[in-house]
Design a binder for this molecule. Structure first.
Ligand SMILES: [Fe+2]
Length: 224
C-alpha cells in the first residue's frame, strides 16, 4: 500500500547477543595482537577496559537519546559497536572499520531494515568527527557526546591515576595529572550540544574539581 512499515524494535535478547559478539570480537583482537606494540601496556588498550568503556557509552548515549528524542535503538546499537575495531585498527581508521563490522553483523543476523543499518553505521563511521556536532544526525551526536563524557569525570580521574602507576610517577604528580582530566573535561563540555549532555558534563567536571580541591587541602606542598 506504499505505507512504510514501522521499524521493529531491537529486542533485549538481540541486544544481548550483539553485546556478546562485540566483546568476543575485542578479546579476539587482543589475542591476535603481536607483543610489544606501541603503548600496549596502558590500561585502555586492554579488552577489559574497552568492554567497560563501551558499556558506559551505551548507558550514557541511551540516556541522552531518550531525553533528546533521538532514535534509542539506532543510538544504543551504534554505541555498542562504535569501538569494536579499536584494538585491531589504527585510531584514524577504527571508526570506518567498526562500521563495516557492524554492517556485516546486522545484515547477516535478524531482519533489520536497511534504513536502520544505514543510520547505525553512519553514526559509527562518524563518531571520530572533530567538527560541530550540530552538523550530524541526532543519533550520531548522542554517540559522540556519550563517548566524550566517559572520559571527563571520576572514571577519567581513576584512569589517569592508574596511568600514573604505569608511568612510575609519585602521588605528588596527582594535581598536575588531574588538571589534565579537567582540561579534557572543559573541552568535552564545550563540544557537547544537547542539554542532557551539558548537564552530565557539568556534574562530572564538578566531581573532578572537588577531587583536586580535596587533594590540595590534604597534601602539603600541593597547589601552592
Ligand atoms: Fe569510544
Amino acid at each position: 500500500m506504499g505505507v512504510e512499515i514501522k521499524e521493529r524494535r531491537v529486542t533485549d535478547a538481540e541486544f544481548e547477543e550483539m553485546t556478546a559478539f562485540v566483546f568476543e570480537y575485542l578479546a579476539a583482537s587482543v589475542e591476535k595482537e603481536e607483543e610489544g606494540g606501541r603503548m600496549r601496556w596502558y590500561p585502555w588498550h586492554s579488552a577489559e577496559y574497552r568492554h567497560n568503556h563501551i558499556l558506559n557509552v551505551v548507558e550514557l548515549a541511551t540516556e541522552i537519546a531518550r531525553e533528546e528524542g533521538a532514535d534509542v535503538d539506532v543510538t544504543r546499537v551504534a554505541a555498542l559497536f562504535h569501538d569494536v575495531a579499536k584494538l585491531e585498527t589504527d585510531q584514524e581508521l577504527h571508526a570506518e572499520a567498526g562500521a563495516r563490522v557492524a554492517r556485516e553483523y546486522l545484515e547477516s543476523r535478524g531482519e533489520f531494515p536497511e534504513s536502520f543499518i544505514h543510520q547505525v553505521c553512519r553514526a559509527i563511521e562518524q563518531h571520530s568527527f572533530q567538527g560541530d556536532l550540530t552538523d550530524l544526525a541526532l543519533e550520531t551526536q548522542c554517540l559522540i557526546e556519550a563517548d566524550l563524557l566517559d572520559k571527563v569525570g571520576a572514571n577519567g580521574t581513576a584512569l589517569m591515576l592508574l596511568r600514573m602507576g604505569y608511568e612510575a610517577r609519585t602521588h605528588m604528580d596527582t594535581d598536575e595529572m588531574v588538571e589534565r582530566v579537567l582540561e579534557r573535561g572543559y573541552n568535552a563540555a564545550s563540544r557537547v550540544e544537547s542539554e542532557t549532555a551539558e548537564g552530565i558534563a557539568h556534574q562530572r567536571l564538578k566531581r573532578v574539581k572537588w577531587f583536586r580541591e580535596w587533594l590540595e587541602d590534604e597534601i602539603a606542598g600541593m597547589g601552592d
